[in-house]
Design a protein around this ligand. Structure first.
Ligand code: 4NP
Length: 164
């Protein structure tokens, strides 16, 4: 059974959260810790369900040696049972997650991805969907920093397991 169950959440689950998932999987692999983790991503809207990540995000990921094969899915109530750590990309995602979680009573750690970004703590991960190509590279850099810091803090025991 995985010790750390981590879910990344954005709006469409085709740009930011699949990229966060891909980066985090690679970071975990680079430390040979796959056996300790269960990692996934989801979107608060179901508009892109079943789709691969946006081609621009996949191209950016490939540039950094990461293949994104995740297919978009909508966040669901049972995610609060299946995951211990849920990371939202922006304030709007966070509000939607909290609204769905409300009343579940399930102990789960919910926060923003950039709570772990030392360059701009607590900021939103900008949505690159309607922007320019370089927005995807910027999102990659933000997520690389934030995912690295989150993994470090998790492994150092700085983030309490909400189930314990
Ligand atoms: P994501 O980006 O939330 O990072 O996956 C978006 C993808 C699609 C849309 C908006 C944001 N959309 O409006 O279709």
């Amino acid at each position: 059974m995985s010790q750390y169950k981590v879910l990344f959440v954005c709006l469409g689950n085709i740009c930011r959260s699949p990229m966060a998932e891909g980066i985090f999987v690679e970071l975990v692999k680079s430390r040979n810790l796959e056996h300790m983790f269960f990692i996934d991503s989801a979107g608060t809207s179901g508009h892109h369900t079943g789709e691969l990540a946006d081609p621009r995000m996949r191209k950016t990921a490939e540039k950094h040696g990461i293949k994104l094969s995740h297919k978009s899915r909508k966040l669901k109530f049972s995610d609060f049972y299946d995951f211990d750590y849920i990371l939202a990309m922006d304030d709007s995602n966070l509000a939607d997650i909290i609204e769905l979680h409300n009343g579940s009573g399930e102990q789960v750690f919910i926060c923003k991805m950039r709570d772990f970004d030392n360059l701009n703590k607590g900021a939103n991960v900008p949505d690159p969907y309607y922007g320019y190509e370089d927005g995807f590279e910027e999102v990659y850099k933000i997520l690389k920093r934030s995912c690295s810091q989150f993994l470090d803090e998790l492994l150092e025991g700085k983030i309490r397991n909400p189930r314990l």
